[in-house]
Ligand binder design. Structure first.
Ligand code: SF4
Length: 275
């Protein structure tokens, strides 16, 4: 977003939108990537600089406005993998993060793959997703898992939301209301926060649907959600109905734990009755 700004100073001063890029890219925002492309070129020309690699941080919904920028990025600054953070596929959690819809990611991937083919390079996008963000339902996580499976993504490391100071998400997590909408007694938009350890684990398990350790938990949840049709032997199913030997034992062990933002404690054992 280097040197991107409102086209009109006076409009900017009067503007009350919380973001220039959400819920859509404002028509008054100058989305030209020319300054950024020039900056890359100047940086590459500096004496002593051999290569400048960009591993993450690309605002992909803006990048799709400039196929020239994507070509420049891929040709000169990607070293095999580029991390991108669509964070989710579902509108509920995406709207709480002020993130664009997954369609922007699909478009970026299309342009990225095309630029890599033209440069005769084998480059890959690594999409990052988050579990248990405020405003996420079990169904949202299930739909994300279905999307991941359909697109052949198997995440090794996944992030489960933790409230961090001074963030909008933390305000939602603690208050249970959406500060992106008017906050008034009785009319504030309610946001569900995922605070129970069991549900946090379930959301994370959906992100790692391919891990057999998670299958008992996912099977139980899918049956409760009325989506037992996702359990079965074919590729169209999310998880199988069978369990590899020696896996899935942790689920039963961890059932009694509770989550707080300061740590995880096992539930206190009931005191033995006095004789
Ligand atoms: S939201 Fe639009 S009008 Fe407001 S400052 Fe951003 S670009 Fe300008």
């Amino acid at each position: 977003m280097y040197r991107m700004a409102c086209k009109d100073k006076q409009t900017e001063e009067l503007c009350r939108r919380p973001s220039c890029v959400y819920p859509d890219i404002c028509k008054n925002l100058d989305t030209s990537h020319d300054s950024l492309i020039q900056l890359y070129r100047k940086a590459r020309d500096l004496p002593g600089i051999k290569k400048i690699m960009i591993a993450s941080g690309v605002r992909y919904d803006l990048a799709v406005k400039s196929p020239t920028y994507i070509k420049e990025l891929v040709r000169h600054h990607v070293g095999g993998y580029l991390k991108i953070a669509p964070e989710h596929t579902e509108d509920g959690p995406l709207s709480k993060m002020m993130k664009p819809g997954i369609g922007s990611y699909d478009r970026f991937k299309q342009l990225f793959d095309q630029a890599a083919r033209e440069a005769k390079k084998e480059y890959y996008l690594i999409p990052y997703f988050i579990a248990a963000h405020p405003g996420t339902t079990d169904e949202d996580m299930m739909n994300l898992a279905i999307w991941l499976k359909r697109n052949n993504y198997r995440a090794d490391q996944v992030q489960t939301f933790l409230p961090s100071p001074m963030s909008l998400s933390a305000a939602m997590y603690y208050s249970g209301v959406n500060p992106l909408r008017p906050v008034r007694r009785g009319v504030s938009e309610k946001v569900n926060s995922i605070k129970g350890l069991r549900q946090r684990r379930l959301h994370k398990a959906f992100l790692r649907y391919h891990d057999a350790e998670n299958w008992p938990m996912l099977r139980e949840a899918l049956k409760k959600m009325g989506r037992a049709d996702l359990i079965g032997p074919s590729k169209q199913h999310l998880i199988p109905s069978w369990q590899p030997a020696g896996t899935g034992l942790k689920y039963a062990e961890n059932k009694g734990q509770a989550f707080t933002t300061k740590g995880i404690w096992a539930k206190p054992k009931p005191k033995p009755a006095r004789p």
